[in-house]
Design a protein around this ligand. Structure first.
Ligand code: PLP
Length: 396
């Protein structure tokens, strides 16, 4: 009998961490590896935000905060949602967590019974399926492909809904595909979900600001689904605050209370210093973040140009977030210098060992024919990585 629970045994390790750890081990062994595995901005936290954290320490913000966060932070989030997304949420509808990751598991824990279905458009962020398993739910996938920019249609969604469907969970802008849903596409999805009041939309908007075309739209801004939507966002990506661990959910009252209840028994309020600093961050004008977005934009264009020359890569131009998700099905089923490539995880491992470039296979994102590269790395590293892959794959 396993000492580990069946529930945990059903979970996989995050493939992102598997590949990044392997790259780290190779580097430690003196091998020159370029790692494009992690979804983490390579910028420093803006000075103003750091100063707010120093001030919070000096002002002795060292005690437990209320479970769903300091009222001032929840007010700042409420103001931000109004300013940037035209959304009206009272501070009491907001729950601040240890990162958006916790916000998502709070919502899932609050609504999923054993056997309930959660619809995941594929590709999806690696943790979604595992979180659904952890709370006893069943993920139901909707397949997409590079030809539709990895986006689902309202028709596909409607066909997938069953009496057991409890939630639709997706990210827009999307990790890993870098696509985002347009206003029209979101409205069509909203119109379908509005017919099923028992379904909750969990709308992960953590990449909201990293968008090179068009303005971000939250599905919660469609009145027909406002009462059915949990908006998820956080400080990690836009403010380069991944390690500070602040995320939040904005929900209808009943769900906000439920998130508070879950979090109260699991972790209590999030880190107080990071909460205080997040108030300053959210009060900044979003234009102050533009330098990071401009830099990501520039790198995206460089990588896109170079990737076109890599044999066997079919790539679309991602419009948001900081990932490329090329289709590498050309290599699947091939034998590359003695390595059998059954899926994109094998291919990612082949690239790591032969081109010394680390990326993540698409299997755990629900797209076994694609691989994910983060371009949150320096321009020099990105150029060198593309050259290495071009040279390595050119022979096949
Ligand atoms: C789509 C998506 N949602 C949520 C998260 C988690 O963000 P946080 O650092 O706030 O937990 C990530 C992080 O990579 C992500 O890519």
């Amino acid at each position: 009998m396993s000492k580990i629970s069946d529930r945990l045994n059903r979970l996989s390790y995050s493939q992102t961490f598997v590949m990044s750890n392997k790259a780290r081990e190779m580097k430690a062994a003196g091998i020159d590896v370029i790692s494009l595995t992690l979804g983490e901005p390579d910028f420093d936290v803006p000075q103003k935000i750091k100063q707010a954290a120093f001030d919070a320490i000096n002002e002795n913000y060292s005690h437990y905060s209320p479970v769903p966060g300091f009222p001032e932070l929840r007010q700042a989030i409420s103001d931000k949602l109004k300013r940037d997304n035209h959304l009206n949420y009272k501070p009491t509808q907001i729950c601040v967590s240890n990162g958006a990751k916790q916000s998502i598991i709070n919502v899932l824990s609050a609504i999923i019974n054993d056997g309930d279905e959660v619809i995941l458009p594929a590709p999806y962020w690696v943790s979604y399926d595992e979180m659904v398993k952890l709370v006893g739910g069943t993920s139901v996938f909707i397949e997409t492909s590079i030809d539709t920019e990895f986006k689902i249609t309202a028709e596909q969604l409607e066909k997938t809904i069953t009496p057991k469907t409890k939630a639709l969970l997706y990210s827009s802008p999307c990790n890993p595909s870098g696509s985002f849903y347009t206003v029209e596409e979101l409205e069509a999805i909203a119109n379908v979900i509005a017919k099923y009041p028992e379904i909750t939309i969990i709308s992960d908007e953590i990449y909201e600001f990293i968008n090179y075309e068009g303005k971000h739209v939250s599905i919660a801004s469609f009145p027909q689904v406002y009462e059915q939507t949990a908006v998820i966002n956080g400080m990690s990506k836009a403010y380069a605050m991944t390690g500070w661990r602040i995320g939040y959910s904005a929900c209808p009252d009943w769900l906000a209370k439920a998130c508070d209840k879950v979090q109260g028994q699991m972790t209590s309020g999030a880190n107080t210093v990071a909460q205080r600093a997040s108030i300053t961050a959210l009060e900044m004008d979003p234009s102050e973040l533009k330098f990071m977005i401009d830099e990501f934009h520039k790198r995206r264009d460089i990588v896109f140009d170079l990737m076109k020359d890599i044999k066997g890569f079919k790539c679309n131009l991602p419009k948001s977030a900081f990932y490329f998700f090329p289709d590498i099905s050309y290599f699947i089923g091939k034998n590359l210098n003695g390595t059998e490539i059954k899926d994109s995880d094998d291919f990612a491992m082949f690239l790591l060992e032969n081109a010394k470039v680390a990326c993540v296979g698409g299997v755990s994102f629900g797209s076994p024919e694609c691989i994910r590269f983060s371009y949150a790395a320096s321009e020099a590293e990105l150029r060198e990585a593309m050259k290495r892959m071009k040279d390595c794959l050119g022979q096949f």
